[in-house]
Design a protein around this ligand. Structure first.
Ligand SMILES: O=C(CO)[C@H](O)[C@H](O)COP(=O)(O)O
Ligand SMILES: [Fe+2]
Length: 217
């Protein structure tokens, strides 16, 4: 599977999202990771589909929307219309994970399920055959700039093993505390999509993306 670098605009300048996304495209990012938070599922608020619609015309990059919201099914059509390519929903956020993933696919987006550091792979086994990606959180969701939780990586290996055994083809994304030091642990365990917010946006974006890319080659 292709290794992809997915900078999170959570650490970008909120006043100039369009320019920040263009900067990422020039710097060689593969995906734009868009963190949506509602102040209920996590103790932070970010933005909604309006921001996706605003940056869609300036970029051809793949938009990966990470929903850290309760009742994510309410927002599926709105984000699809705004131009999201993929929507990730947390299994902890809804009792209707299967139906929500179905709705995401029906709306024409790739569907992905996320698990928090305290959630086991067991909980998402029933939906693995229907997802395009699994997001393994390597920090507790809500804020950028937190320290990587190494124990979460065991779940990446578990998912990679299950994928082979069941002949499935979902991607595995890691999110939180990814740097040029922690990325190798995630890669070795079987992840192929690497979200990085603070590491990419602190200093020179192009150089930081190159530092991550160097660890993937
Ligand atoms: O989902 C997230 C937080 O809930 C962010 O995507 C993640 O934290 C990225 O930021 P950093 O690389 O700074 O940890
Ligand atoms: Fe995220």
């Amino acid at each position: 599977m292709k290794n992809k670098i997915a900078p999170s605009i959570l650490s970008a300048d909120f006043g100039t999202f369009a320019q920040e996304v263009q900067k990422l495209e020039k710097a060689g990012a593969d995906v734009v990771h868009i963190d949506v938070m509602d102040g209920h599922f996590v103790d932070n608020l970010t933005f909604g589909a309006g921001v996706v619609a605003a940056i869609r015309p300036v970029s051809n990059l793949f938009f990966d929307v990470h929903m850290m919201v309760e009742e994510p099914q309410k927002y599926v059509d709105e984000f699809a219309k705004a131009g999201a390519d993929s929507m990730t929903v947390h299994v902890e956020a809804t009792p209707h994970i299967h139906g929500t993933l179905q709705a995401i696919k029906k709306a024409g987006m790739k569907a992905s399920v996320a698990i928090n550091p305290g959630t086991s792979v067991e909980l998402i086994k029933p939906v693995l055959s229907m997802v395009d990606m699994v997001l393994v959180m390597t920090v507790n969701p809500g804020f950028g700039g937190q320290a990587f939780i190494p124990e979460a990586i065991e779940k990446v290996a578990e998912l990679a093993k299950l994928r082979t055994e069941k002949e499935l083809d979902f991607e595995i994304e890691v999110d939180g505390g990814i740097t040029d030091e922690t990325i190798s642990q995630a890669l070795d365990a079987g992840a192929n999509v690497f979200v990085a917010g603070s590491f990419v946006f602190k200093g020179n974006v192009t150089e930081n993306i190159e530092k991550l890319r160097a660890k993937l080659d």
